[in-house]
Design a protein around this ligand. Structure first.
Ligand code: SF4
Length: 394
């Protein structure tokens, strides 16, 4: 069970001070002599302050708090979305500089021996593969950045632990069948709750300095919400992070499932917030749209059992190249895209993106890769290289 149900919230002071102030109000005395693994959200090769990755100043503040509390060892680890090099992501995000400054090890979870763990009473994932190093630490800290998520509503502390899974194991969570038709939630939500029955954050530190709203986790808009939160309670932390984002926590299926399966309360009143004025830090996020066509007119997008990597590629492709696609519309006047292994109702002439769609390759334009980068999609459609030189980041 979590050590306590206390939630500490701070804001309006920037990523470092927000995080430091939030952490000051939770009791870290039991950390003394313990080894600590920090799991940020650093899944994409993007510079800081774009709302993709945890802000490096929030990582600095977290390290300082745990150093002061007497942690015997602190490391930072990540397994990003498929196709992304972990160390490149650490470098571009600014987290590598932070690690160097404080003498902290960076761990690429994908380069460490994997370990399989059974999940008793699983809904959809009977056993799962982690990077084994995770289980060598006394305390694991989830340090997500606040983002809405097209597949899961939000991605916060609990969902961030999907990045503890080994390499393509993350993709499997997006491609599961229901084991039991009694479960109405998406298989991905059930899978996250399965994972949370055997691995859940000991401490959650939420970086809400610059997050992402709308088409998250990678196609949304960044926004400066300028808050941070810290707690020993993994669900309490995510519930209050939702409230700070102006999102009803009860609308997030994986949080409801985790509450049910671990015996935690979904009622915010059952948690104790240190700061009486915490509501001053609420900064509403726009929910993800139900359809991409709401954000991108004239785009028909089919997505069935894809993972976040191809979804990210599509978002980046549309953001960069949608305006160049006018001459590639189908007869219905729309531009058609599809991702995911079970997409089978896409129109003839659709652009099928990613190796998972290979079975459709004779029905339209097939773009190989796992995931392909946005420029490869552009080249497959137009037969030319794009004029602009912007690097592909996913
Ligand atoms: S092809 Fe795309 S959806 Fe399929 S596993 Fe690779 S990245 Fe994920």
């Amino acid at each position: 069970m979590p050590k306590n149900n206390i939630i500490s919230i701070a804001g309006k002071q920037g990523a470092f001070e927000n995080t430091r102030n939030a952490l000051k109000q939770i009791d870290l005395s039991s950390i003394k002599g313990k080894s600590v693994l920090i799991k940020p959200n650093c899944a994409r090769v993007v510079k800081p302050e774009h709302g993709y990755n945890t802000h490096p100043d929030a990582v600095s503040a977290t390290i300082e708090a745990f150093q002061e509390a007497g942690a015997s060892k602190i490391s930072i680890g990540e397994s990003p979305i498929v196709g992304i090099d972990t160390m490149q992501a650490f470098e571009m995000s600014g987290i590598k500089d932070v690690a160097n400054k404080y003498g902290i090890d960076l761990i690429d979870f994908d380069k460490v021996k994997p370990i399989k763990k059974p999940i008793p009473n699983a809904r959809v994932v009977k056993e799962t593969k982690f990077s084994s190093v995770i289980f060598e630490y006394d305390i694991i800290v989830s340090l997500p950045v606040t983002k809405t998520h097209m597949h899961t509503g939000v991605t916060l502390g609990i969902k961030n632990f999907k990045g503890c899974l080994y390499r393509h194991e993350k993709v499997r969570y997006h491609q599961l069948d229901y084991l039991n038709e009694k479960h109405p939630e998406k298989a991905l939500d059930s899978a996250i709750s399965d994972l949370a029955t055997i691995l859940i954050p000991d401490i959650t530190v939420v970086d809400g300095y610059i997050g992402m709203e709308g088409l998250g986790p990678s196609g949304g808009h960044k926004l400066k919400s300028n808050f941070a939160l810290a707690s020993w309670h993994p669900l309490g932390a995510d519930i209050y992070a939702c409230l700070l984002m102006g999102i009803d926590p009860a609308s997030i299926p994986h949080l409801r499932l985790v509450a049910e399966r671990r015996g935690y309360s979904m009622n915010p009143n059952d948690y104790s917030v240190v700061q009486t004025d915490w509501e001053e830090y609420i900064f509403p996020y726009q929910n993800p749209p139900k359809e991409i066509s709401i954000e991108y007119k004239n785009v028909v997008f089919k997505d069935s059992e894809s993972c976040s990597a191809c979804l990210s590629t599509i978002m980046l492709f549309l953001r960069r190249f949608k305006s160049d696609m006018g001459q590639y519309l189908l007869d219905d006047g729309n531009f058609h895209l599809a991702i995911g292994k079970s997409v089978d109702d896409a129109a003839e002439g659709t652009v099928f993106v990613g190796n998972c769609t290979r079975k459709n390759k004779d029905r339209g334009i097939f773009v190989s890769g796992c995931p392909p980068v946005p420029t490869r999609i552009y080249e497959a459609i137009t037969g030319e290289e794009p004029e602009e030189n912007e690097p592909d980041v996913v």
